[in-house]
Design a protein around this ligand. Structure first.
Ligand SMILES: C[S@@+](CC[C@H](N)C(=O)[O-])C[C@H]1O[C@@H](n2cnc3c(N)ncnc32)[C@H](O)[C@@H]1O
Length: 417
């Protein structure tokens, strides 16, 4: 099969270009992490309560292991629907039909538009017309099974392409984007063709997959802090929390979320979008910071308060960083405490996490996670550490401790009595 690559000129956002071209992006599991699914196979469905772009399900699919994934962020949830193996037949047929019906694609009323919002009136109107066409085309496939809610299918195809049809400017790192800029409509059709072709290649690209029933990879849009999994009990978990490095997944995908929210508010999309901010949200203003229970978290916070620092740094810590860390730690405590209710007696799980630094102090996320699970009555030990340099660093010139990011794999299991 010819390999199609979506390049920068397509104006598809970097995060989606990288998902389409390579199957992963910032903070997603690396290919080697499949070894944890191997270790957990034979234990029934593997739970991933913060499943991101869905690599746990992908690994499980490759190895014939069932999975159960939860994700709070709608654009990431939609990406997972798009690449789920059970939806390959549906999306292959759908993407091919979209390409064949080019005559029906909407024509923009203007060549270009500049705006200080992501979606100027012209952009919104144009995207709405394109979405209406996708909805109409998707109705031709009522006979092809689809895992998930059907109204999500056209949106799942449109969302990664939104970057091409909105007014935005690049942020200081590629995951970030700034509101406002220009959108040049002319030539959008060629970019859409390239996008559809590359996306088709991605969803049809499969490693050797085993024969497990497609319904075995379950996916829900939900909040790990509050989700109710009823009587389900899991014997296995592979997961990775957001890291406290100001990379908020909702914010990375802000325009996509704004667009989805507009559809929900207009009653055009039956999706529950009322969830609170995700864990690691950069929004602290107006929120009463919660106090974490973990001693590791509290000691870290005390250490930051006690650091000798300039007036400006003290102000920034008081107003932003300390509440941010407090929320982060408390939210993660809430999530794991909720999730562990669904752990079977012989539960075994792996949590992959990267420690960052703040003002030269290591943010002890790995120790904190061990502390939470141990306090809940589990064994929680570091199974492996890897030194990663600069990965995720905002400042590529960072040296020493600021440049060092250690990845920890924490193994969690029930304590034997
Ligand atoms: C490090 S990423 C996981 C990446 C994933 N392992 C992969 O390979 O794609 C953490 C994920 O947790 C999600 N998340 C944050 N808060 C959450 C919550 N309360 N419930 C469920 N998911 C949440 C984020 O949206 C993000 O996608």
């Amino acid at each position: 099969m010819t390999r199609h690559v979506l390049d920068r000129t397509s104006q598809v956002r970097d995060v989606y270009r990288s998902l389409i071209n390579s199957g992963r992006t910032y903070a997603a599991f690396r290919d080697e992490d499949i070894e944890f699914v191997q270790k957990l196979s034979g234990r029934g469905p593997i739970l991933d309560p913060m499943s991101g772009y869905g690599r746990t399900a992908e690994f499980c699919d490759q190895l014939g292991v069932p999975s159960y994934s939860v994700e709070i962020n709608p654009p990431q949830f939609l990406w997972q629907l798009l690449v789920q193996r059970s939806n390959t037949t549906f999306f292959s047929a759908f993407l091919e039909l979209i390409q064949r019906t080019r005559r029906r694609w909407p024509r923009p009323h203007t060549v270009a538009v500049a705006s200080d919002t992501f979606f100027s009136a012209e952009c919104s109107q144009f995207i709405t017309r394109l979405l209406a066409l996708l909805v109409a085309l998707s109705e031709s496939f009522d006979d092809i099974p689809f895992s998930g809610h059907r109204p999500y299918a056209p949106l799942a195809v449109l969302i990664p392409f939104l970057g091409r049809l909105m007014c935005a400017s690049p942020g200081n790192v590629s995951a970030h984007i700034r509101r406002g800029g220009t959108c040049v409509f002319s030539g959008w059709q060629e970019d859409f063709v390239t996008y559809l072709t590359c996306l088709l290649t991605r969803i049809q690209h499969r490693h050797q997959v085993s024969d497990i029933g497609p319904e075995s990879q379950e996916l829900v849009l939900g909040d790990a802090r509050t989700i109710n999994l009823g009587r389900r009990r899991f014997k296995a978990m592979l997961t990775s929390p957001p890291y406290p490095n100001q990379r908020d997944f909702r914010a990375i995908l802000r325009p996509e979320n704004e667009f989805i929210q507009q559809l929900v508010l207009a009653g055009q999309l039956p999706m529950s979008f009322s969830q609170p901010d995700s864990i690691g949200s950069v929004k602290v203003k107006g929120k009463a910071p919660a106090i974490p229970h973990s001693t590791v978290a509290r000691n870290f916070l005390k250490r930051i308060v006690g650091l000798r620092k300039a007036k400006r740094a003290t102000y920034d810590d008081d107003v932003y960083y300390l509440p941010y860390f407090q929320n982060y730690f408390s939210d993660l405590e809430r999530a794991y405490s909720n999730i562990q209710k669904y752990a079977a007696r012989d539960f075994s799980g792996y949590i992959i996490v990267v420690n960052n630094t703040h003002r030269g102090v290591v943010i002890p996320v790995a120790d904190f996670i061990r502390d939470i699970w141990q306090t809940m009555g589990y064994h929680a030990e570091v199974a492996r550490t890897i030194e990663l340099s600069h990965v995720g660093a905002k400042n590529p010139r960072a040296r020493g401790i600021r440049a060092s990011h250690t990845e920890y794999v924490i193994h969690v299991c029930r304590r034997k009595h």
